[in-house]
Design a binder for this molecule. Structure first.
Ligand SMILES: *[C@@H]1O[C@H](CO)[C@@H](O)[C@H](O)[C@H]1NC(C)=O
Length: 287
């Protein structure tokens, strides 16, 4: 009786150990997939500012899921963002050179909720941003296997490089969220908050290549960063300035198809998060 109780306890312990070792505790987590926007030298202009404002000051954060929406769903999302037809960006003080840029994008399911932020930006910057996004979602040609690789739903995180001079993406201790006058939502100009209270504390991370990225949400070592860079910067600028964005009305064209002819001038780099960069004093608040 006693012996068998001991034996059965022992058997229980052994069974526990067996089941514990059957589930290895070093199971690989799936790394975050990062869509990196390079905000250097005005290539993306104030499209970067809008993403920073939306991520940090309007509580949108940076984690989204691409669901390849139909045109009608995308259009509904734009309307909820205040970027529907006849939006403010087509009028003074903006006008024909401008587009209404929305964050989060109309291509992600989070935008169904409404309350996105919008900013009137020069069309060329929207074109530049669209190339990065198209690249990431569709992984064409030499981008194969990177980003979403045409598979959806696809969850990703947005992060930034060279965003240090954008106040809303500032890594300082108490960055504020003062509206510069061009941050709106569907209801109008967004009022300044009493204090920045999104709860998001951005951090800088080092990539294997040596690049530094800034992420609104915590990242982990091993997260995969997809960076897009122009091969010829002059040509990139030419394409972005000359492209006239077409509406999503005809045929099977999706929003991003119209950028296909620019893709030969992009290279995509698969990078990886290797560490956190400690905060320092020169990342102080700007305003
Ligand atoms: C880059 O593009 C510009 C504009 O199209 C062109 O004039 C220049 O020759 C290109 N540079 C190289 C190295 O191909």
């Amino acid at each position: 009786m006693y012996v068998s109780a001991v034996l059965s306890t022992l058997a229980g312990v052994l069974a526990l150990q067996a089941s514990a070792s059957a589930v290895p505790n070093n199971v690989k987590r799936s790394p975050n997939l990062l869509m990196v926007f390079d905000c250097a030298n005005g290539g993306l202009g104030d499209v970067c500012n809008n993403m920073c404002y939306g991520a940090f000051c309007a509580k949108w954060g940076s984690s989204f899921t691409w669901d390849k929406p139909s045109k009608s769903v995308a259009r509904k999302r734009s309307t909820k963002a205040g970027c529907g037809s006849g939006n403010r960006c087509s009028k003074a003080p903006y006008g024909s050179k401008y587009q209404c840029d929305e964050y989060p994008f109309k291509s992600v399911q989070e935008s169904d909720k409404g309350g996105q932020v919008n900013r009137c930006v020069e069309s060329k910057y929207n074109n530049a941003q669209s190339q990065v996004v198209k690249n990431f979602y569709n992984s064409y040609a030499n981008f194969k296997g990177l980003g979403c690789d045409k598979k959806y739903p696809c969850t990703f995180r947005i992060s930034f490089s060279n965003s240090g001079n954008i106040p809303w993406c500032n890594a300082g201790p108490n960055p504020k969220c003062k509206n510069d006058g061009n941050e709106y939502n569907k209801d109008g100009k967004i009022p300044d908050p009493k204090k920045r209270d999104t709860g998001l504390v951005g951090k800088r991370y080092a990539l294997a290549s040596g690049e530094i990225i800034y992420s609104p949400e915590p990242l982990e070592i091993g997260d995969i960063a997809i960076r897009t860079a122009p091969i010829n910067g002059t040509l990139f600028e030419e394409y972005n300035s000359a492209h006239v964005k077409r509406d999503l009305i005809d045929g099977e064209e999706t929003e991003y198809d119209q950028y296909e002819y620019m893709m030969h001038n992009l290279k995509t780099i698969r990078d990886e998060v290797v560490g956190v960069v400690p905060d320092d004093d020169d990342a102080d608040e700007v305003y």
